[in-house]
Design a protein around this ligand. Sequence first.
Ligand code: SAH
Length: 288
Amino acid sequence: MKQSSPYHRRQFMFSGMALVVMELILCLTISACRNDKSSEPDVNAAPTKQVQQRPQPPEQVKQIDDLSVWSHPRSEERLAERKEMVRIIRDRYGLINVKVLEAMQNVPRHWFVTEREQNWSYSDMPLPIGHGQTISQPFIVAYMTSLLELNNNSKVLEVGTGSGYQAAVLTELTPKVFTIEIIEPLARSAAARLKEHGYDTIKVKRADGFWGWKEHAPFDAIIVTAAADHIPPPLIEQLKASGKMCIPVGGVFRIQNLMLIGKDSDGKVTSKSLMPVRFVPLTRNDEK
Ligand code: SAH
């Protein structure tokens, strides 16, 4: 057998050490990449794609000025299904906003789903709620909520109450929730349902949400849950400086885009297209 010379042994030792050092550098680089949460969100993701979210900065939340307490109805009913729904939102789509995930876990979606659709209450899909309308897919509810960056002092307007579910999710984060529904029976049943389950602070109004809710404006955040063919100017007006609006834009038979509208501190409006979506249309009537 060939004996290795001290030179070869040293060379062998050095190359072994070099390999270990390289491996170490590689591991550190990979873990640094994994921990690099500063990457830009994937704004053109399809709903099935992972949503990269920036970690939330530590919150500097002002005290609630006019409502010191607000009700958060809780129920253990179907909690395991709710946890599974949240797991899907987190693991399949990559939505990691803890406060929003908690809100989704806390609101019993089955309270807002019709008798016929009860079995599907926690499936990741939209469901019919009557009058040709739907309760949105849970992931979309969570994603839109996360875009609004609410704290417990935010005043938020929802256009398109539907079942009242999205409003209930919003009120996990703030007591100042105002929601408008154009279809009278839906507005009435959502208001009754919210009251029945103890959501005392949500204000529901039957009206055309195109015009916003002037008496309570300006809003820190506006969420529109029906697709508009253009962004309603009154909603932009009623958005506070530094506010955020999330709205699907596009016709019924055309591709709709989920848009995030921002207003900076000088009142300059910016818009960003986030992902293709499909919502029921924002309908209009003549009343303000
Ligand atoms: N956010 C609801 C689902 C919304 S479905 C939920 O969580 O259940 C869209 C709703 O928008 C429908 O109920 C529809 O009637 C309503 N809508 C459509 N056009 C509207 C308008 N101009 N103003 C207010 N509501 C409107």
